[in-house]
Design a protein around this ligand. Structure first.
Ligand code: SF4
Length: 286
């Protein structure tokens, strides 16, 4: 079986940067307790690896001990959470991705200039929760135009997207908003393309591979938004698509009568898992 692997499968720039920073910590601070604030990366196997290195996942900032190290994830945190951490006697390692930081800056700028902010994304996602904090009560979140149709929007609106949104979906929503609102009122809209290049290129490459393959395997955490999106996009192109977190989930029967396998992986999938999955497939002799 021919195997095509997406060039950009696995850690994106932001996650690689964060993991490199985190990996240095145990040697740099051997005597300090290291806390990872919330799930640092949406990949259970990588989180397990970090825990095995002695790091602790924490969800409540009040439970952090003094003189410890606290790591903030690539998704970022709210300004209120930043304030709480600043007041504590700790070492803060902020790995917020620069692309997410840019959205925080846009949100602050829009809020200061009295815009209401429409965030296109998943309101429960950590990145979006952080962004909402920077909007200081002026934001609304939607993932589709049907949700926006029911919303009351002001006359000055700034539109931003969660970094992992599908760009075509984002564009479609924006066109629909303009179509709806320009008919009815005098309005000012500022639109920002905040979908990150890594996401866009990965999605494009995954779809290209899905078109060429008769089976596609997407590797990554089931709790990872960008991994799930790769799965959904591939599924639109062809039906034999599987999302796996680890090699043991691979089933021989998937490969029956298949000739070309396409492999892609989410931005939070470490390369060692991708390699393990490929090894397992090769061992099956399919
Ligand atoms: S997917 Fe994009 S925004 Fe998210 S961490 Fe990676 S580079 Fe940063």
């Amino acid at each position: 079986m021919k195997i095509i692997i997406a060039k950009n499968a696995g850690f994106c720039f932001g996650v690689q940067r964060a993991i490199d920073m985190i990996n240095e910590l145990p040697d740099k601070y051997p005597d300090k307790k290291i806390y990872l604030f919330r799930e640092i990366i949406h990949n259970p196997q990588e989180v397990k690896r970090l825990k095995e290195k002695g790091m602790h996942i924490i969800y409540d900032l009040n439970k952090i001990e003094n003189d410890s190290i606290v790591v903030v994830s690539t998704h970022g945190i709210t300004p209120d959470e930043q304030e709480i951490l600043k007041k504590r006697k700790i070492i803060l390692l902020d790995t917020t991705c620069p692309y997410v930081k840019k959205i925080h800056n846009i949100a602050e700028h829009l809020t200061t200039n009295n815009y209401d902010i429409l965030i296109i994304g998943d309101k429960h996602h950590l990145e979006v929760r952080g962004i909402i904090g920077y909007c200081r009560g002026r934001s609304k979140v939607a993932s589709s135009f049907s949700e926006i149709k029911k919303m009351k929007l002001g006359n000055k609106i700034g539109i931003i997207a969660q970094t992992t949104q599908n760009i075509d979906n984002y564009k479609k929503i924006i066109f629909n908003i303009i179509d709806k609102l320009f008919k009815t009122k005098q309005i000012e809209i500022r639109i920002f393309n905040t979908v990150c290049d890594a996401t866009y290129n990965r999605q494009k490459e995954t779809m290209r591979i899905a078109r060429k393959s008769d089976i596609v395997i997407i590797i990554g955490g089931r709790n990872s938004a960008n991994t799930k999106r790769l799965y959904e996009l591939s599924k639109k192109i062809q039906k034999n698509v599987y999302l796996v977190e680890k090699p043991s989930e691979i089933k021989k029967k998937w490969f029956k009568n298949k000739k070309i396998l396409g492999i892609s992986a989410g931005a939070s999938t470490p390369h060692w898992i991708i390699q393990d999955v490929i090894k397992k497939i090769k061992e099956l002799n399919v």
